[in-house]
Design a protein around this ligand. Sequence first.
Ligand code: ZN
Length: 401
Amino acid sequence: MLGLEQTVVEAVGEQDGAIVISVRPVWSQRDRCPHCRRRCPGYDLGEGRRRWRALDLATTSCFLEADAPRVECNVHGVVVAAVPWARHDAGFTRSFDDTAAWLAVNTSKSAICQLSRIAWRTVGRICERVSAEANAGRDLFANLTELGFDEISIRKGQKYLTVVVDHHTGRLVWAFGRDRKAVEKFLDLLGPERCQQIRLVSCDDAEWITRPIAERCPKAVVCLDPWHIVKAATDALDDVRRQVWNEARRAGNKQLAKRLKGARFALWKKPEKLTDQQHAKLAWIQTLNAPIYRAYPLKEQLRGIYHADNTEHALALPDGWLKWARRCRLEPFVKLAKRITEQRSRVEAALHHSLSNARVEQVNTQIRLIIRRGFGYRSPGAVIALAMLSLGGLCPPLPRR
Ligand SMILES: [Zn+2]
């Protein structure tokens, strides 16, 4: 009923409305180091009896209670002996941990907190524990050939994370801090042999990513992430819109300023997704003959490059676009054209390898959703753990399923 393995049940009692079950490890599992599982000589009785919260029995809370003696390991020193029913340093049983992690991946924050009667922060610590164990028992870096690097902020304006996605499977491979050292640490973990196997890397044009990759992965073609280019074009268009809006406001043309502000979404959206009203807005902008309407097709055509039917056709497009953008006399687009010219080979590499934007975007969206859910967590470690459980394939099954 309790799902306990290698455990002897000594007694069952009741205290303050909870069921308390006295247990001990079977003989073969006694006096083991929690880190290396080696049998060690006993050291002392530690802090005496200890309790672990187990899964509820029907509607009643349940705890396991046992001695927690310490052992002396040759390698790991004096440590509390391992127990078969719980992870090291945990206040919950293994099945409780696994259930909470599964719920964190599959249900809402309030559902898990109410169902399990634990705080969201505790869920974060459980995720870290479960993810670390699953991580240790599996080779997350096997067969990696195409990687996508991206950066995501955990909170507005602070604590950035670099995430690495496997382009083949869409799986989240790794997440860590945001600087050159973090990228180097990832490449260290990958090791020189696997670095040789990396054929394709997509990222934005940040040097702290591209430099170490160029040094360590000689065979990797670096592609400029289409998502970042399309975003840069959208930002440039928004700069133009803001300029025109500011001018209108300064000239005292309140009505024009107001309508321009409202046109923001129509300009952002993909044309195929526009509503009738937004189409009308675009038509209105066209009649103004303002710089915005010159900027709009510039953005749309750049986006279109990544939706071209065949690679050859797409590869021919940037030339025309660059010429057009350089001469458009719209400062943000002239700047963007310069940036793309500098990164030309990487832009073309992305087109040549038909690196799809869709998958990168999909994983990014999912990671951002998870990070938003992880807001209550203090440490980035818990956010990373939740992301790895959800998108890295590390989530444990429910106990006995
Ligand atoms: Zn040990």
